[in-house]
Design a protein around this ligand. Structure first.
Ligand SMILES: [Zn+2]
Length: 356
């Protein structure tokens, strides 16, 4: 590992350098979905504590919540993402780590959200010389492959000038996530497994335009469900890498930058195998949501009177130091950090931050 990048938000060449370090060192970074300053700060605190770089990620719902439920959702999913990105730009360097700023799934109906964020990114770059986000995800995996790739190419052309990347999805990740994704039981099972030929077509169409990463499906599912009939086949990732490398006679045996969606509840073993095939980013949402709520729930269960009375009705004890939101929100942050300790360790990124 080389300490080569300044701490703070990375994008463009620096982002690609960080990805190369991950792949060369056989580790990945968690991309943690956040919904407010509490979860963003917990993610950066956990990364600093573990000496790891990290990816802060916003879904359209998370961004909308960040701006506030009192605003119109179409407006707030743009404003909240901008606000969250600005928060991270200001604070990330103070945590002494590199942070990638990413947005999560945008299907066809959410493409206007991405275009609006690219507009905002252009304004931000004019003023501050850097883009707002490192990368946006475009998920047109439910559309025919040609449409998926041509629209992804259009957006990639828009962001290259901003030193930004995009993440695309090939094949469908099962499960529900912020209204994106499909029910595991109702989609064609073969769509849960990306075809290496599709990956090659994506590489051929996008590689000359700019930098992109690929979320390829290998039986992964959003959320945590009872073990069912969907089996993880990480070898699909390996086959895709090999096909692209062989077709183009590339020196690298892992030319693709791969992303693992639906990693919550996966065994440490399948995570390790996926990383060995060039996965540098693993999304985590369900497990950190539960972790945050578990900490808050534990605090409430231990101090129930503070959530019913300002003064204890029997002992006359003032309960301010228990109902102060900083107390129970901090409990949530602490258990989220604990869960992230596990993620950094499973992904092998502990102590590997490239921040100088
Ligand atoms: Zn996903």
């Amino acid at each position: 590992m080389t300490k080569q990048l300044p701490a703070g938000v990375v994008f463009g060449e620096e982002y690609q350098k960080l990805i190369s370090e991950c792949k060369a060192g056989s580790y990945a970074l968690p991309a943690v979905n956040v919904v407010g300053t509490d979860s963003i700060n917990a993610v950066m605190e956990a990364a600093a504590k573990n000496g790891s770089d990290v990816i802060v990620q916003l879904s359209n719902g998370g961004a909308s919540f960040y701006a506030g439920k009192g605003l119109d959702a179409t407006e707030s999913m743009v404003l909240g993402a901008v606000s969250a990105a600005q928060h991270v730009h200001l604070l990330a360097k103070h945590y002494g780590i590199c942070v990638v700023l990413h947005t999560d799934h945008a299907n066809r109906k959410l493409i206007p959200w991405i275009d609006a964020l690219i507009d905002r990114g252009e304004d931000y770059k004019k003023t501050f010389g850097v883009p707002l986000f490192s990368s946006h995800m475009v998920d047109l995996s439910e559309e025919p492959l040609d449409e998926n790739l041509s629209e992804s190419a259009r957006l990639l052309k828009r962001v290259v000038g901003l030193d930004m990347s995009i993440e695309i999805e090939l094949g469908i990740t099962g499960g529900e996530e912020d209204g994106v994704g499909s029910d595991v039981d109702t989609i064609d099972n073969s769509k849960l497994y990306t075809q290496p030929e599709d990956v090659l077509q994506a590489y051929d169409q996008l590689n000359s335009i700019g930098h992109f990463s690929i979320a390829a499906s290998f039986g992964n599912v959003h959320g945590v469900y009872k073990p069912g009939n969907v089996v993880l086949r990480p070898k699909i990732l390996d086959a895709s890498q090999k096909l692209v490398s062989a077709t183009h006679g590339l020196a690298s045996d892992k030319p693709l930058d791969l992303v693992f969606h639906g990693g919550s509840g996966s065994s440490a073993e399948s995570i390790k195998e996926a990383i060995s095939y060039g996965v540098f980013k693993m999304n985590i949402d369900t497990d950190t949501q539960f972790a945050f709520s578990r900490g808050v729930g534990k605090f409430v269960a231990e101090n129930p009177m503070a959530f019913l009375h300002q003064i204890h009705p029997e002992t006359d004890q003032p309960l301010k130091k228990f109902y102060d939101p900083r107390k129970w929100l901090r409990s949530g942050e602490e258990t989220m950090i604990e869960r992230l300790d596990q993620a950094f360790s499973e992904l092998g990124s502990v102590g590997k931050s490239v921040a100088k």
